[in-house]
Design a protein around this ligand. Structure first.
Ligand code: HAM
Length: 414
């Protein structure tokens, strides 16, 4: 029954079993964020293109190659959001959130769009969960946000997770370092890949990410920014590390850690998962102390992260999140159908999942259907008005008083 239409390349349909697994992740994230005072926020799925050009950075792959950009009917250039931080900073400024008690702590979940080459764990439409703490430069905020993601991954049971931590320093340290790095790259230009060579001036840090042997050889002897952090940046980084140690969160310092967005300053981090292939990062983020100013606001330090729901799902593997029903209300006689629906409604109002036959099946067919949809109990309404309750696992069946149905069905079903 295949139609000639398919979901666009790099996108996918979320079918019910998948939707249940996603819901579990999002519910866990919402609870963890809310317990720490991170309040939900939602921004539009598209923004003015310039927001990302200025916010994410013109030299990044995201802006250079991966944005879904188009002109709207009014001739304005708009872009499906490739990430959530720049839009949230835009919203922070637009709604005068700098006047609220600082920091403003926010959490979000929603679809994001990048025109990347699709592969396992890399899609053109994907879903991120994220948090942002805006208006604080305290290392406590770095540690707190990192702890939230660590907690989420632990609670979900994501296996083989490792936290990599780095620091990019402040803009001055960074620009001095970048000059030093560019000089190193230029001195070894002949050994670099064409791509890295062409981008020495615009994005030399990316050379650390290169997968060709020549560039990797050059990078092995390259200076790292962590070695060049100055007083306050070094202190900040040391404090973040100390806080994570106290919290019992294992991490590894990665002096060559880079991220694909230009707004980062000081702390950056990445949670990788050994169960994933090339796209091994489940989530990551860092400080972006200059971004709000870059977007026209007052100097406002901030930090946050985002995690990819599809990556988390892949790392978890085939998960059996049961979609079972508490009850199916079967009728031995068609005359009982109205009553079945009324009783199902009663159970639903009590918070239980209950279904009735919508296909006019005979009793045998209804029991088979109840089994297929994973009903734990079936109530059989007899023609004479009496009722039987059948436990689908044990097959046991006994008469039941429909006046006490909620208790009978809602009871322990272990
Ligand atoms: P990002 O590293 O670009 O950061 O993306 C965060 C996460 O989104 C990644 O770790 C990955 O799990 C997921 N992800 C990214 N691209 C794809 C894709 N094509 N397919 C599937 N999953 C993907 C950001 O977006 C920053 N806004 C994070 C942040 C928040 N930094 C500070 N605050």
């Amino acid at each position: 029954m295949a139609s000639k239409y398919q979901a666009p390349r790099g996108t996918f349909d979320v079918l019910p079993a998948d939707a249940r697994a996603r819901k579990r992740i999002e519910t866990a994230a919402a609870a963890i964020c809310s317990r720490a005072g991170y309040e939900p926020i939602a921004t539009p799925a598209f923004e003015e293109t310039e927001l990302f050009e200025r916010g994410v950075g013109r030299s990044t792959d995201i802006v250079r190659k991966e944005m879904f950009t188009f002109e709207d009917k009014g001739g304005r250039s708009v872009t499906l959001r490739p990430e959530g931080t720049a839009p949230i900073c835009r919203a922070y400024l637009e709604h005068g959130m700098h006047k609220l008690a600082q920091p403003v702590k926010l959490s979000y979940v929603g679809p994001f769009f990048r025109h990347e080459r699709p592969q396992a764990g890399r899609f053109r439409q994907f879903r991120q969960i994220g948090v942002e703490a805006i208006g604080t430069d305290s290392p406590l905020a770095d540690a707190e946000t990192i702890m939230l993601l660590a907690d989420l991954l632990t609670e979900l049971g994501v296996p083989g997770v490792q936290l990599r931590l780095g620091s990019l320093g402040s803009p001055d340290t960074r620009s001095a370092y970048l000059e030093e790095l560019k000089a190193h790259l230029r001195a070894h230009e002949a050994d670099l890949s064409k791509d890295v060579r062409e981008r020495i001036e615009i994005n030399p840090l990316r050379a650390f990410d290169a997968d060709d042997e020549g560039t990797q050889g050059v990078m092995a002897s390259a200076p790292t920014i962590v070695e060049r952090l100055d007083g306050e940046d070094a202190e900040h980084f040391a404090e973040v590390r100390a806080l994570l140690e106290v919290a019992g969160i294992a991490f590894e310092i990665d002096p060559t850690l880079v991220r694909g967005l230009d707004y980062y300053t000081r702390t950056i981090f990445s949670f990788v998962c050994s169960e994933l292939g090339a796209q091994s990062e489940v989530g990551g983020g860092g400080r972006y102390d200059g971004l709000i100013e870059q977007l026209g606001g007052p100097p406002t330090p901030a930090i946050g992260w985002a995690a990819g729901i599809e990556r988390i799902l892949l790392a978890l593997g085939e998960e059996d999140v049961t979609g079972g029903r508490d009850a199916f209300l079967a009728v031995a006689d068609p005359g009982q159908r109205r009553r079945a629906l009324a009783l199902a409604s009663e159970l639903r109002h009590a918070g239980l999942t209950a279904e009735v036959d919508l296909a006019g099946r005979g009793l045998k067919g209804q029991l088979k259907h109840a089994d297929r949809i994973g009903a734990r109990r079936v109530l059989i309404l007899e023609a004479d008005g009496s009722a039987q309750l059948r436990d689908m696992q044990s097959g046991e069946q006994h008469p039941v008083d429909t006046g006490n149905l909620i208790e009978a069905i809602g009871g322990d079903d272990s």
